[in-house]
Design a protein around this ligand. Structure first.
Ligand code: 5RP
Length: 230
């Protein structure tokens, strides 16, 4: 599996040109990309990156990749990031690694988003992977109620679990928020649910990435498949 992730990352690297401004994703697949990009930078490639998490920042710095922020540049050329699920419209579930807020901000500031993954992430309908919803701890019960209403309005239901870290404590994002993982099974109308969740005051962001993915690079046993958003 790790080899497949690296193959997808290597394929995405072919799209990177000298002088580009890049969004650097988070997770085990994006980690391969940062690693390979670091090798190119060491060999003379000139790029600048905006990391989507503190973990990616630390890795990119260790790899010698020059970094900047969205306050210091205009647009990014490409963001390269992983995903937990993607459907044929290239809508995504992201946030398994807890970085969905910065990932979405960075992807939205990019001309293109290339999603890299092993082909197990490809699904007909999103929702098998629990949907991460980043929330403010204040008023959590009211926020959960509003999220339940949004689920009902978009025809889904399922258990909501506040994410815990490996240490058993509540997982806290880079932005200081919590994450609710919603076990929905199947999200028939992801754009509708995304819109409803975005209206809830206590929801900082959710892991449905609608219309952001431009290209998917999927590595599988049969080779690499590149899918462009129609
Ligand atoms: C982190 C993410 C990751 O991109 C997603 O969880 C995929 O991770 P991996 O490449 O490790 O499977 O959204 O917030």
């Amino acid at each position: 599996m790790d080899q497949l992730k690296r193959q997808a990352a290597a394929k995405a690297l072919e799209q990177v040109r000298d002088g580009m401004k890049l969004g650097l994703g988070t997770g085990s697949t994006a980690k391969h990309f940062v690693d390979l990009l670091g090798e190119k930078v060491a060999a003379g490639l000139r790029v600048v990156g905006v990391p989507t998490s503190e973990a990616t920042r630390a890795q990119a710095e260790a790899c010698g990749i020059p970094l900047t922020t969205l306050d210091d540049i205009d647009r990014l050329d490409i963001t390269i990031d992983g995903a937990d699920e993607m459907d044929p419209a290239l809508n995504l579930i992201k946030g398994g690694g807890g970085a969905l807020l910065r990932e979405k901000i960075v992807a939205a500031a990019s001309d293109r988003m290339i999603v890299i993954a092993d082909d197990s992430k490809w699904v007909d309908v999103l929702g098998r992977f629990p949907l991460p919803i980043e929330v403010i701890p204040f008023g959590l019960t009211a926020t959960r109620r509003a999220i339940s209403d949004a689920f009902a309005q978009s025809g889904v239901s399922g258990q909501m679990v506040v994410r815990k870290g490996k240490d058993g404590h509540v997982f806290v994002t880079d932005g200081g928020h919590w994450i609710i993982d919603a076990h929905l099974g199947r999200i028939a109308d992801a754009p509708r649910l995304a819109g409803l969740l975005s209206l809830i005051p206590g929801v900082v962001e959710h892991g449905l990435f609608i219309g952001l993915g431009s290209t998917a690079i999927l590595a599988g046993a049969q080779g690499i498949r590149v899918v462009e958003r129609r």
